[in-house]
Ligand binder design. Structure first.
Ligand code: UP5
Ligand code: MG
Length: 190
């Protein structure tokens, strides 16, 4: 058990906005542990867990997997790590996700990043990724964008009102975007 709660950053943004790419850079520079909620769920699918088939169907449809499942995977990953700073990438995706996390984990995030990227750029990036993701096709991408706009934007507004949100203009090269990210963590000295 930890003496004090870890430093938690939620990393939000639409599908293909560059969350994973920028998280890798934050890990390199600031020593965070990167927990992608989507990766944790995809690992559940490939480990043939009892919920794998259901999770796969939800991801194919661009839908949000039941909150308690995702929160438990995140909580387990935090507890099994020695690190005291985490990037939680792609979570919470809805108010219900957010409330379930707060109820189970009992802590608010320290910082929330929002990678703000135009839809047409996100579509272009996702459709040219070519890494075999079952949700990287135009039909599922449309559904992911719809879910993002209707369910994730309210979460982003919630943290904005709380003064925890750092909005980043997620266009340009990876390095140009990281130039906006770097000073945020440099200021926190974590
Ligand atoms: N790329 C990155 N930066 C670029 C730049 N500046 N210029 C040009 N290209 C750039 O980037 C996407 C692609 O763009 C890559 O090819 C990259 O090289 C390039 P990436 O960094 O992967 O973007 P990211 O925002 O991480 O996109 P991702 O597709 O992973 O976002 P999603 O939020 O859609 O995916 P996630 O894995 O988080 O979730 C997938 C599904 O899992 C969800 O739809 C949902 O069904 C389920 N899910 C839940 O149910 N609950 C959860 O809590 C989480 C997920
Ligand atoms: Mg990602």
């Amino acid at each position: 058990p930890r003496e004090k709660p870890p430093f938690i950053t939620f990393v939000l943004g639409g599908p293909g906005s560059g969350k994973g790419t920028q998280c890798a850079k934050i890990v390199e520079t600031f020593g965070f542990t990167h927990l992608s909620a989507g990766d944790l769920l995809r690992k559940e699918i490939s480990s043939n867990s009892e919920n794998g088939a259901m999770i796969l169907n939800m991801i194919k449809e661009g839908k949000i997997v039941p909150s308690d499942m995702t929160v438990k995977l995140i909580q387990r990953a935090i507890e099994s790590s020695e690190n005291d700073k985490f990037l939680i990438d792609g979570f919470p995706r809805s108010e219900e996700n957010r409330q379930t996390y707060e109820r189970i984990v009992g802590e608010e995030p320290n910082v929330v990043l929002f990678f703000d990227c135009p839809e047409e750029e996100m579509v272009k990036r996702v459709l040219s990724r070519n890494q075999g993701r079952v949700d990287d096709n135009i039909d599922t991408m449309r559904k992911r964008l719809e879910v993002f706009t209707s369910l994730n934007l309210p979460v982003i507004n919630y943290y904005s009102e709380k003064g925890k949100l750092y909005k980043i203009r997620a266009v340009g090269t990876e390095d140009e975007i990281f130039e906006q990210v770097h000073p945020i963590f440099a200021a926190f000295e974590v």
